[in-house]
Design a protein around this ligand. Structure first.
Ligand code: BTN
Length: 248
């Protein structure tokens, strides 16, 4: 991981550049990182505000020998990597909101966007995009996200060295990825559950056109979210949905 690092002072989206490079054959572990993105993108086609030198905007190209249905495991893996680094550097315990949001004090600090190119039952490449708000303060955090987002600086009351954090994230990623290849998903799952929803916790689920309540039952070996529908008691497994806490 990170033998090749491509650094751009400004770009549209590191995700976009990473796709181009991967199409041209960029090797496993290539990193694209930018100081500023003009068209940062989030999940569900949302915009991702990526102000200059205030956060980590980076994409990792992976060529793992796993079948496409296991790709969500890598998102969960990445979330545990970010949570570990944040915990170590700030002493604040973050929370992972399935599948990929890193939350501190109920506000989003970081998000992960995983995109995959697969052919037949073979992964060509996976791009893991990491966005982390680091040195924004309440003034520089975009108005649109004021109430729902936060930064490391706002939570820990100090500035962080972005290069140093990137280094820590890449080191931790490498270590965790190796562990995952050796031992499989169970180690990641355990780690994730130490940061994520607790078994039995009530959650609100928004899928395409309806909203329903469930209790969290765990994450499955393929990274899916296992929930029990509160209305009919049935178990369901989700791969894509918006989740929120639900408090009576
Ligand atoms: C989300 O929570 O919706 C995911 C946000 C992912 C943002 C990162 S920033 C680096 C990479 N480039 C992008 O355009 N998006 C991802």
């Amino acid at each position: 991981i990170a033998k090749t690092i491509i650094h751009k002072p400004e770009t549209t989206s590191t995700q976009h550049i990473a796709h181009q490079l991967a199409q041209e054959g960029a090797s496993h572990g290539t990193i694209v990182i930018a100081d500023e993105q003009t068209k940062g993108k989030g999940r569900m086609n949302r915009k991702w505000h990526s102000s200059k030198n205030e956060g980590i905007w980076m994409s990792i190209i992976l060529r793992p020998a796993i079948p496409p249905h296991k790709a969500p495991q890598l998102t969960l893996l990445t979330a545990t990597v970010l949570a570990d680094v944040i915990m170590k550097e700030t002493n604040i315990k973050p929370y992972i909101k399935w599948p990929n949001d890193i939350i501190i004090h109920n506000k989003k600090m970081s998000g992960i966007l995983t995109e995959m190119q697969a052919e037949q039952d073979q992964v060509q490449y996976i791009i893991i995009g990491i966005g982390m708000n680091v040195n924004q303060d309440i003034k520089s955090l975009h108005k649109e996200i004021h109430t729902k987002a936060t930064s490391l600086k706002m939570e820990a009351d100090k500035e962080f060295d972005i290069r140093y954090l990137v280094q820590k994230i890449l080191q931790q990623f490498e270590k965790t990825y190796e562990l995952y290849l050796q031992k499989g998903f169970p180690v990641i799952k355990t780690k994730w559950e130490s940061y994520g929803f607790r078994i039995g916790e009530k959650i609100l689920i928004k899928t395409m056109n309806h909203e329903w309540k469930a209790t969290f039952s765990g994450i499955d070996h393929d990274g899916g979210l296992l929930v029990r529908n509160l209305d009919d008691g049935k178990m369901e497994k989700l791969y894509s949905a918006e989740i929120d806490w639900f408090r009576e």
